[in-house]
Write a protein that binds this ligand. Structure first.
Ligand SMILES: *Cc1c(COP(=O)(O)O)cnc(C)c1O
Length: 386
C-alpha cells in the first residue's frame, strides 16, 4: 500500500498537480508576510477585511473570562452558550427566519442535505457546485443528478423525468471559482413547478450580495422553499456557519443532522466575534465596504484590457482571470509572486481541465493603489510570459 500511495503521489507531481502550502507569518489587512516575504494578497476570502478587525478581536477576548476557549461539547449536550443563542437570534432577526449554527459550512451541508433527503428521493445539483455540496448529496443516498453549469433547460429535463417524491435542488449562490451568481428566480420557479426545495450555499454571498443578506435578497426573493446556508469563514472574517430556513426544516436539522449532533459547538468566543461581524455587515459601514468593493471590481475590469488573458464575467469579489493550462496558470502566479503580488492559480481538479485560472479575490481591505499594483504586475508579467 505504501508503494501504491507513493506512486500516486509521484504521478501527481509529474502532472504538475502536487499541492504545497505557503506558511503565512503575519497578516495585516491585505498585506501578508509569507515565510518572512511581504506580499500584497489577493488570495483570501476576507472580502470585507473583517478578519483582522480590532472590534472582532476585542469581542472574542471579552468572551473568554466567562466562557473560556472551547465550548466543551456539542450544542445538544452542554456546548450551546448564551453567545451562540444571541448570534442565532441576531441572524434570525436579520434574515426573517429561524436559523441553526453549525461549526463549519462544509459540515453544515454534509449534515443538512442527508437530513432532508435520502433513499427514494432525488437531488439536482449544478456541476460546478462546491465540493461540500457534492459530498452532502452523495452521502444522502438520494438519486443525485448533476446538470450543466447554469443550464436550467437541462435541470428542467432532469426534474421532469424523476419519479422521486422529495426533490431538492442544490446550488452555490455565488460560484466559488467563477464568481457568477445563481439565477434564483428561475430556479425557484422550477422548484415550484416540480414541488422541490431549493438549497442555496451562500458562502460567497453573505456580507456581499443583497445588502449582505445573500443571493435570495439580491434577487428580492422570499419563499418557504428556500434553505440558505451562510458561512462565516469568508466575508464575516471568522469561522462557522448557519442554516436559515422554515421552522420545520430548522427543527428537523436540530433533531437529525449528524454533523450538528455529533460535533463540538463553535467556540463561544467566535460566536461573540461573529455577532460583532454580523452587526457591521448590517450597518451603513457594511454598505460602505460593499461600495468600496464595487469600485475595486470596476477598476480591475477596466485595467485588464490589453492583457492576453480575460476576466470571467463576475459582479462579485471573485474575479477569475482565465489562463487555460495549469502550467500557464502556475507561470503567471509565480511571475506575480516575484513582483510581490499573491494570486493563487486554480487548477484541475478544482476546475475542469483546460480551464485553469488565477482566482483574484478582492477585498474592502484593498486600496485603489493596491488594485493598481496588481494591474501593473499583470501587465509586466504579460510582457515576459508572452
Ligand atoms: C468555503 C466554502 C464552503 C465551506 O465553508 P467552511 O465554513 O469553510 O467549511 C462551502 N461552500 C462554498 C461555496 C465555499 O466556498
Amino acid at each position: 500500500m505504501f508503494a501504491e500511495l507513493d506512486a500516486a503521489l509521484v504521478a501527481r507531481e509529474q502532472a504538475g498537480l502536487l499541492r504545497v502550502r505557503k506558511t503565512v507569518t503575519h497578516i495585516s489587512g491585505a498585506r501578508v508576510e509569507v515565510d518572512g516575504v511581504a506580499q500584497l494578497g489577493f488570495a483570501s476570502n476576507d472580502y470585507l477585511g473583517l478578519a483582522g478587525d480590532l472590534r472582532l478581536r476585542e469581542a472574542a477576548q471579552a468572551a473568554t473570562p466567562d466562557f473560556g476557549l472551547g465550548s466543551g461539547a456539542s450544542h445538544l449536550v452542554s456546548g450551546h452558550s448564551a453567545l451562540h443563542a444571541t448570534l442565532e437570534q441576531q441572524l434570525s432577526d436579520w434574515l426573517g427566519q429561524p436559523c441553526l449554527l453549525f461549526t463549519t459550512g462544509y459540515m453544515a451541508s454534509v449534515g443538512a442535505i442527508p437530513a432532508l433527503v435520502g433513499r427514494g428521493d432525488a437531488i439536482f445539483g449544478d456541476k460546478l457546485n462546491h465540493a461540500s455540496l457534492h459530498d452532502g448529496c452523495v452521502l444522502s443516498g438520494a438519486a443525485f443528478k448533476r446538470y450543466r453549469h447554469q443550464d436550467l433547460a437541462h435541470l428542467a429535463q432532469l426534474l421532469e423525468t424523476t419519479p422521486a417524491r422529495r426533490r431538492l435542488i442544490v446550488v452555490d449562490g455565488v460560484f466559488s471559482m467563477d464568481g457568477d451568481i445563481a439565477p434564483l428566480p428561475a430556479l425557484l420557479a422550477l422548484a415550484e413547478q416540480f414541488d422541490a426545495l431549493l438549497y442555496v450555499d451562500d458562502a460567497h454571498a453573505v456580507g456581499i450580495l443583497g445588502q449582505g443578506k445573500g443571493t435570495a435578497a439580491h434577487w428580492g426573493l422570499q419563499s418557504p422553499r428556500l434553505i440558505q446556508l451562510l458561512t462565516f469563514g469568508k466575508a464575516a472574517g471568522g469561522l462557522g456557519a448557519a442554516i436559515v430556513a422554515e421552522p420545520v426544516i430548522i427543527q428537523t436539522l436540530l433533531q437529525t443532522a449528524r454533523t450538528y449532533i455529533y460535533t463540538t459547538a463553535l467556540p463561544p468566543l467566535l460566536a461573540a466575534a461573529l455577532s460583532c461581524s454580523v452587526a457591521i455587515m448590517q450597518s451603513s459601514e457594511g454598505a460602505a465596504k460593499r461600495a468600496v468593493l464595487q469600485q475595486h471590481i470596476a477598476q480591475l475590469q477596466a485595467g485588464v484590457s490589453g492583457l492576453p488573458w480575460r476576466l470571467l464575467p463576475s459582479q462579485t469579489p471573485i474575479q477569475p482571470l482565465w489562463v487555460g493550462t495549469g502550467a500557464a496558470a502556475i507561470a503567471l502566479s509565480e511571475s506575480l509572486w516575484a513582483r510581490g503580488v499573491w494570486v493563487p492559480a486554480i487548477r484541475p481538479p478544482t476546475v475542469p481541465v483546460g480551464q485553469a485560472r488565477l482566482r483574484i479575490s478582492l477585498s474592502a481591505a484593498h486600496t485603489a493603489a493596491d488594485i493598481a499594483c496588481l494591474l501593473d504586475a499583470l501587465h509586466a508579467s504579460a510582457k515576459v510570459l508572452q
